[in-house]
Design a protein around this ligand. Structure first.
Ligand code: C2E
Ligand code: CA
Ligand code: CA
Length: 673
């Protein structure tokens, strides 16, 4: 359907006004012309009557004297009036006494003539006049035409003025208002402006009223959106605790699991079931129960550590999604901390109420790849925790639970380990391939717990690192290794070197340089005989800070070795920036060095690279004569591994190494066969 062009109000008003004006004017004009016509006609007749009166005496004398010439002359006088066309005297005997005709040369149609009779005084004769109506009406006609023309001009002028008036006073302000209203619709303005000159008229009042209307619409809208927001909040949040409700939590859980999948995160879901909550409700009443739940919420939310999302999923159950845990163990740590936070009694009114919770932990992805499964499994774990005796947490998988419990137990045990006799150091010889003798050793930590027995450093070092216990333990290692080194130096092995492993956590300690310096000074050892082994992963986090710490250590004269080389980024950039003395080729390359050509090539390249950078190379995990020979042919400086010796207790080490009882390479090859 074609869109109708907008009509202009001013034009329509003008058209309608003009119709009315025209009709009125035509009526008035016609009336005026009619009246004018009548007046003119009677004026003409009375003027002619007057002329006839003037000549009446003369005509009467002419008739009395029968003087035709006089009559003719008198009639001729009458014809000087252009309106009189013909004049004649008619006697009763109906004989024409005298007659005269205007010599205009024009023969006038009888219809345009009007005959009038006048009696002539003292005679029985009549004066007959034919009036030329065309001439008589001409002046009337001229006047009428002029009047019509003037009227048309006047009406045109009025029309123009009216148009301007309508346009200025109506169409223009209305168009302005339409534009403004469109802007309100587009949200650009909120009210209509006052239009100049219309402040107090209908338009002004209309604007005021519309603005009031707009205000109330705005008000209604904001109330409506507030109500909507409230309704949607009610749909998502729990009224009592203002925490997200179960539905909303589920939706969020689904989203966050997707996100975790994409980002490679491993979130943990903790479900808290309050222990014996119904008994509390029964004893103190629901109102106190509600207040207790609010207080529990406060404690749980106050503890919000690493980006956690808490929800009240049912009457006495809360769920907590912990998005950024470093490892599964942290989830248990968090559960334990929250259980601890809840263990303090709650003061509700005059009551002091003690409550505990049972916590189920489900880990993504191993305990469930979907929100539903994760939730169900966390629930099951929570029920298991309740069965196990409440006020504790439980991982969903029994194996995870056992692993985490062992980890927790080891962490607790490690806390006191440096102060007991449980820690010891063993020394693994480092064999110099050039000189065919042991020139140093790596100090390796051993932990023998009265209940758990020998615990591998592969298990306890990460626990010590995560709990920062590596700091006191590492200090203990350094002290003991330096003491041992000093002892061996005192026995005459002045150039003997000991390597100590330095963890990333230790490297980040601001006091690390001071600690190393103190150890060197305290035991009065040549700093160049102490080697600190660091891994790439230890420096990678904050390369700038690590470089500056390592440079300070380097300035002490202490040597630095890059451990497990080849397993991390093995970036040449690190090799260039770090103040290194040694690199240790990781055991994984040495394992297949003789069987796999590729590994052989890699080891060869690393040795070549180290030589070019003037770094010494140690091959780790050398287990066979063939590996030893291979490395020796490549000019590898040192080797470490079971082929030479396993890690030894200090006394054994002294016996075997320093007392020259150390197995030669040839003997070893025979022995290993
Ligand atoms: P690492 O620094 O790479 O130490 C070498 C590990 O390889 C040692 O295991 C050693 O016993 C083992 N090993 C040596 N030669 C051979 C071989 O020929 N074959 C095999 N299969 N293994 C060999 P360990 O003593 O169990 O230590 C494991 C890891 O624990 C160490 O790896 C180190 O990262 C860490 N660690 C040990 N002691 C300390 C310490 O005092 N402080 C720190 N921060 N970490 C330590
Ligand atoms: Ca090492
Ligand atoms: Ca290593």
């Amino acid at each position: 359907m074609p869109i109708a062009r907008p009509k202009q109000l001013a034009t329509r008003l003008l058209r309608q006004s003009l119709v009315i004006i025209w009709l009125t004017i035509i009526a008035l004009l016609s009336l005026d012309i009619m009246i004018d016509y009548k007046t003119h006609r009677s004026d003409t007749l009375s003027q002619i009557q007057r002329q006839v009166t003037l000549i009446n005496q003369s005509l009467a004398s002419a008739l009395a004297d029968n003087n035709t010439l006089l009559a003719q002359q008198t009639l001729q006088k009458l014809l000087s009036d252009p309106r009189i066309y013909r004049a004649q005297i008619q006697r009763a005997s109906s004989k024409n006494f005298g007659s005269t005709l205007r010599q205009s040369g024009v023969n006038i149609d009888g219809q345009l003539l009007k005959a009038i009779e006048f009696p002539i005084t003292s005679s029985n004769a009549t004066l007959l006049l034919d009036i030329d109506m065309q001439v008589a009406g001409y002046s009337f006609f001229k006047r009428s035409v002029a009047m019509v023309i003037i009227t048309i001009l006047a009406v045109s002028l009025i029309a123009g003025l009216l148009y301007l008036l309508f346009e200025r006073r109506l169409t223009h302000p209305l168009n302005t208002l339409i534009r403004k209203i469109n802007k309100i619709d587009a949200g650009k303005v909120t009210s209509l402006p006052v239009i100049k000159g219309h402040e107090n008229d209908e338009i002004g009042r209309w604007i005021d009223t519309t603005n009031q209307l707009l205000e109330s619409v705005k008000d209604i809208r904001s109330k409506e959106s507030e109500a909507k927001a409230n309704a949607s909040r009610l749909r998502r949040f729990d009224e009592l605790t203002d925490l997200p409700n179960r539905q909303y939590f589920h939706a969020q859980l689904r989203q966050r699991i997707n996100l975790a999948k994409n980002l490679g995160q491993k979130p943990a879901l903790l479900v808290f079931g309050m222990d014996g909550f119904s008994a509390i409700n029964a004893r103190y009443g629901n109102a106190i129960g509600d207040k207790l739940l609010m207080a529990v919420t406060k404690r749980l939310t106050n503890y919000r550590g690493q980006s956690q999302f808490i929800s009240r999923i049912s009457g006495d159950q809360f769920a907590l999604l912990c998005e950024h845990i470093n490892n599964s163990y942290d989830a248990g740590q968090l559960a334990q901390s929250l259980l601890h936070a809840l263990s303090r009694p709650f003061g509700i009114g005059d009551q002091r109420i003690q409550i505990s919770a049972s916590v189920g932990i489900a880990l993504y992805p191993q305990d469930g790849k979907t929100a539903e499964l994760l939730m169900a499994n966390a629930d099951k774990a929570m029920l298991q925790a309740k069965k196990e005796g409440r006020n504790q947490f439980q991982y969903y998988l029994a194996s995870t639970d056992a692993k985490m419990r062992r980890r927790k137990a080891l962490e607790d045990a490690l806390r006191i380990a440096p102060k007991t006799q449980q820690l010891s150091l063993v020394y693994q010889p480092q064999f110099c391939l050039e000189e065919s003798k042991v020139t140093g050793a790596e100090a390796l930590l051993r932990w023998k717990h009265p209940d758990y027995g020998m615990v591998s450093p592969v298990e306890f070092i990460p626990i010590a690192e995560d709990s920062n216990l590596i700091i006191p333990i590492g200090a203990w290692v350094l002290q003991n290794a330096c003491q041992q080194l000093a002892h061996w130096h005192s026995k005459g092995e002045k150039n003997f070197q000991v390597a100590v492993n330095l963890s990333a956590v230790q490297l980040k300690q601001p006091s690390i340089v001071r600690m190393i310096e103190n150890a060197v000074e305290e035991h009065n050892i040549n700093p160049s005989t102490l080697i600190l082994e660091i891994t790439e992963t230890a420096v990678i986090d904050n390369i700038d800070a690590s470089v500056s710490t390592l440079e300070e250590i380097h300035e002490l004269g202490v040597k630095i070795a890059l451990d497990d080389f080849g397993t991390g980024y093995s970036s040449l950039n690190y090799l260039k920036r770090l103040p290194l003395n040694k690199i240790k080729i990781d055991k994984s390359f040495i394992d297949d060095v003789t069987e796999k050509k590729r590994d052989g090539m890699i080891v060869q390249s690393i040795i070549q690279l180290a030589h070019n950078l003037e770094l010494s190379v140690v091959a780790e995990g050398v287990e066979s004569f063939a590996q030893h020979e291979f490395l020796r042919n490549l000019n590898c400086k040192e080797g470490q591994g079971y082929f030479y010796s396993p890690p030894l207790k200090s006394a054994e080490f002294e016996n075997l190494i320093f007392d020259n009882e150390f197995i030669t390479t040839e003997e070893a090859s025979v022995e290993l066969e």
